[in-house]
Design a protein around this ligand. Structure first.
Ligand SMILES: NC(=O)c1ccc[n+]([C@@H]2O[C@H](COP(=O)([O-])OP(=O)(O)OC[C@H]3O[C@@H](n4cnc5c(N)ncnc54)[C@H](OP(=O)(O)O)[C@@H]3O)[C@@H](O)[C@H]2O)c1
Length: 289
């Protein structure tokens, strides 16, 4: 089956590309800006028809959470209108769309892991634009699988792990919030889960479902930072602070743990524990001691 992967040079797209190379998978078409803009439905449709695409996997997104507050049009253009454009192509070409979304569709006021059908109360412009992208896909009538994830990191691109590794080498101590709880997700694990879903999905079936995926376990950003320093053998001290001591343009969800029961049951997935995945990522990136 031919697969179109959009946003292929981002964190998640790059991990999918690694799997394609390692497993010698044929028929995968990996595209990003400038060669394929997901907001250009005509261009996407031409690619899908010419290359006889059987599934679209959307890894493209506007992911700069704080910048989005001052860049509202750009965030909505990619995260809402781009998702809608892909959904319209999926509908007319009759192929499923696997779309990736975020824990920021929730405000983080829950005290138990979020289930897929919990009411959305999006966080900031980014969260709202991602939520409206999800809704555009649902209302398009295309066959779709939406996978929400959280705290994504990889050896590629900008993310918390890489920031901690840099600061850990530069500084003697660093302050990190301990009152925001969630679960990190190694992009390689999410990419593997997506490939398992693609292998098991039946393109002739009509899907209309939403799933949650992160690594297993729960931690605060403080715990995550401590683990990164320890695993990388960095002596930088990590000091716990509260969110009000580190103000950001967008208030982060205090609790964004995702319940993964549904995706595990539906697709037979085994999900690695976040600490083990972090160690693997650091080993692969050559960052652990
Ligand atoms: N990062 C996280 O912590 C996090 C957490 C939860 C959920 N997610 C979701 O997970 C998914 C993957 O995130 P990620 O971290 O891999 O994102 P990423 O690293 O920011 O990659 C996104 C890619 O999409 C490209 N892109 C932007 N606008 C585009 C357009 N109009 N057409 C085609 N490509 C476009 C970007 O190109 P440029 O770099 O040139 O803009 C980039 O290569 C996204 O849906 C994101 O919302 C991420």
């Amino acid at each position: 089956m031919n697969i179109l992967i959009t946003g292929s040079r981002g964190q998640l797209g790059s991990e999918l590309q690694k799997i394609q190379k390692m497993q010698h998978r044929e028929g995968w078409l990996l595209m990003d800006l400038p060669e394929l803009d997901i907001t250009d439905a005509r261009a996407v449709e031409v690619v899908c028809r010419e290359r006889q695409i059987g599934v679209i996997v959307n890894c493209a997104a506007y992911t700069a959470v704080d910048k989005a507050e001052g860049d509202v049009d750009a965030a909505f253009r990619v995260n809402r209108d781009g998702a809608a454009a892909l959904a319209s192509v999926a509908k007319v070409t009759d192929v499923p769309l696997l779309h990736v979304s975020t824990d920021y569709v929730f405000d983080g006021s829950s005290n138990r892991p979020y289930r897929e059908d919990d009411p959305a109360i999006p966080c900031g412009v980014y969260g709202q634009s991602k939520w409206e992208g999800e809704e555009a896909i649902r209302s398009s009538g295309c066959s779709h699988l939406i996978v929400r994830t959280s705290w994504l990191y990889s050896a590629h691109g900008q993310n918390f792990v890489k920031t901690m590794l840099r600061l850990g080498r530069e500084r003697e101590s660093i302050s990190v919030v301990f009152d925001q709880t969630g679960t990190p997700t190694w992009a390689a694990d999410l990419a593997g889960a997506i490939v398992s879903m693609l292998d098991r999905c039946d393109p002739a079936r009509h899907y209309a479902d939403t799933f949650h995926y992160s690594n297993e376990g729960v931690c605060s950003w403080y715990d995550f930072a401590r683990e990164i320093m320890d695993a990388a053998g960095l002596s930088c001290r990590v000091l716990p602070i509260e969110s009000y001591e580190y103000p950001t343009p967008v208030t982060r969800p205090p609790y964004s743990v995702l319940n993964k029961r549904k995706i595990k049951d539906a697709w037979g997935l085994e999900i690695p524990y976040w600490r083990e995945s972090l160690l693997k990522m650091l080993r692969e990136a050559g960052g652990s001691s």
